[in-house]
Ligand binder design. Sequence first.
Ligand code: ZN
Length: 341
Amino acid sequence: MQLVNTKQMAGMREGSIALAQVLAAVLLLFAASQGAAQEQVSANASAADLDSFCDRLPRPAFAKLSKSQFSNDWFEVYEIEKGIWAIYEPFQWQEVISYLIVGDNMALLFDTGNGIGNIKAVIKKITAMPVIVINSHSHFDHIGGNYQFDNIASIATPFTIKNAKGSISARVKREVSAAALCRPLPEGITRDNHHIRPFHISRIISEGDIFDLGGRKLELLRTPGHTEDSVALLDRDAGFLWSGDSFYEGPVWLFFPETDLYAYRQSMARLARLAPRLKAVFPAHNTPRADPALLIQASKNLELVLAGKVAGVGVMDGNVEFRFDRYSFLMRKDYHRLPPP
Ligand SMILES: [Zn+2]
């Protein structure tokens, strides 16, 4: 979801990653290939200044994961925990990650990606169980494959209802432009025909609803802010949180007209309170696992930003980026200060 060119885009997705981390990451890759486990800092700094996100692939976090046989030319699939599958679209600049969570009786698909690759075909290979779809929110990079599924459970804000009608906008077209891609589009998808197809919400859900998949229960948390319909999923027993776009490692986009910083601050504070009981956070972009401690830090840093205590960097028309080690907040120049809570 952006209106910028490739270079800006690459800066936005990567701008917050400190040089030291890039260096450490480069070395980790090297160390992994050498069978060494030690983390050190390499002298290779050039990766920080590349123009295209393509040149940064694969992200170092994936070096530790083994790619599943269910991967194809568009999706990379990783079983990040038993029965939890990250379905990643690395060759499109959103680097969106959908998750299939497979229980003993049914499976839950949290987001359906860009709608460029055939996500249902991937899901069918992983499980024959019935699948319920829930979206982290209704931005188009998370609902693109919804049309392929019958069982879609969703909260139903006005924003959701509007987005469920689909979109054929220039913004959606830009998602399949040359600048947005590192690979040819899957067969049959073109810039002319790509759009977000409408979908039907088959069941309206709300805060606190529990989805019992058999052997794994997931609880729906409303986390408005990024959008009014943002939600997270919580597995209290295992200590896993699916954070959607409320938090991921990279620039968190908070510059949309539909973003509400008052709500976002409360949602981040709520996630931060959960963090001590969490083992892992599974975000919707870039990398499939984040340290829960980052939620606490991000919530604190967000308050500093909103209080005007952090210097931002102007990154594109009207936006300013507040950078921290593994993430940043990307906000409008005229909307990043709030009175204290
Ligand atoms: Zn989003």
